[in-house]
Ligand binder design. Structure first.
Ligand code: ADP
Ligand code: ASP
Ligand code: MG
Length: 245
């Protein structure tokens, strides 16, 4: 099987958490599966970077913001590849553009137009776990773009679609999708499975658990998504069409 696994910022916030994720991916690879790992910037790194930039320049420097913010995900990718390597499992980190993620030129909320999977396939063929920096791509000018806040989910789904992966797992800091934000509403109810349309409605009502474009792309390409806890390893919520449940 080919897995795409995505880790959000909280799930990578420190060395121990990166190691937990690395162990999970390495275990799958040892079982003979192909594994692509998509990573977000660690913890609140993106928020902190945005604050820092605001101290330098109050004007909207969207091209430069993209060049700057993409670095948060690149750092995570390097760290994750090192963590996997330390477990004796070959791994390589790739930026969005090295991974062939081509977007339009809409800085700050670029859309993925196409993924050239040549490099990723080559690395998988060499038996490596491929770690891709989320949230970023390259536009027709060759400039770095970002996909909008929360966009690493969309990187993961796009890779799953273009690589024809068997499943796209979104590891996060809650154990699935609920009918309301479980942090604000302790009596929120968890879905075991949810249709794309219902998921989209939740996202449109502000549920940040998945990036809006990731749900659209998953529906367009029929990608089965699983939203689950990065910490427990328990099954989470499957997002898909009913016939695939
Ligand atoms: P990540 O950093 O892993 O991408 P996010 O912060 O983007 O994580 O998304 C996870 C958060 O989404 C949870 O911590 C939770 O508070 C929030 N959330 C909002 N609405 C929902 C919902 N309906 N179901 C699950 N989580 C939700
Ligand atoms: N690091 C980016 C953000 O905080 C992208 C992501 O986490 O998906 O919005
Ligand atoms: Mg998110």
């Amino acid at each position: 099987m080919l897995y795409v696994q995505k880790y959000g910022g909280t799930s990578l916030a420190d060395a121990d958490r990166i190691r937990i994720a690395a162990r999970r991916s390495a275990e799958l690879a040892r079982q003979g599966h192909g594994v692509v790992v998509v990573v977000s910037a660690q913890g609140d790194a993106t928020d902190e970077m945005i604050e820092k930039a605001a101290q330098i320049n109050k004007r909207r420097a969207i091209r430069e913001m993209d060049a700057y913010l993409a670095a948060g995900e690149q750092m995570s990718a390097g760290l994750m590849a090192m963590a996997i390597g330390a477990l004796g499992c070959p791994a390589v980190s790739l930026t969005g553009w090295q991974a062939g993620i081509h977007t339009d030129g809409n800085h700050g909320s670029a859309r993925i137009l196409q993924v050239d999977t040549t490099r990723i396939r080559r690395e998988l063929g060499l038996g490596k776990i491929v770690v891709v920096a989320g949230f970023q791509g390259v536009d027709p000018e060759g400039d770095i773009t970002t996909l909008g806040r929360g966009g690493s989910d969309t990187t993961a789904v796009a890779l799953a679609a273009w690589l024809k992966a068997d499943i796209c797992q979104i590891f996060t800091d809650v154990d699935g999708v609920y009918d309301r934000d479980p942090r604000l509403f302790p009596d929120a109810r968890r879905f075991r499975q949810i249709r794309y349309g219902t998921m989209m409605a939740l996202v449109e009502n502000g549920a940040q658990v998945l990036h809006d474009r990731s749900v659209e792309l998953a529906r367009e390409h029929g990608i089965r998504l699983e939203v689950l806890s990065a910490f427990t390893g328990e099954p989470g919520t499957i997002v898909g069409e009913l016939e695939s449940f």
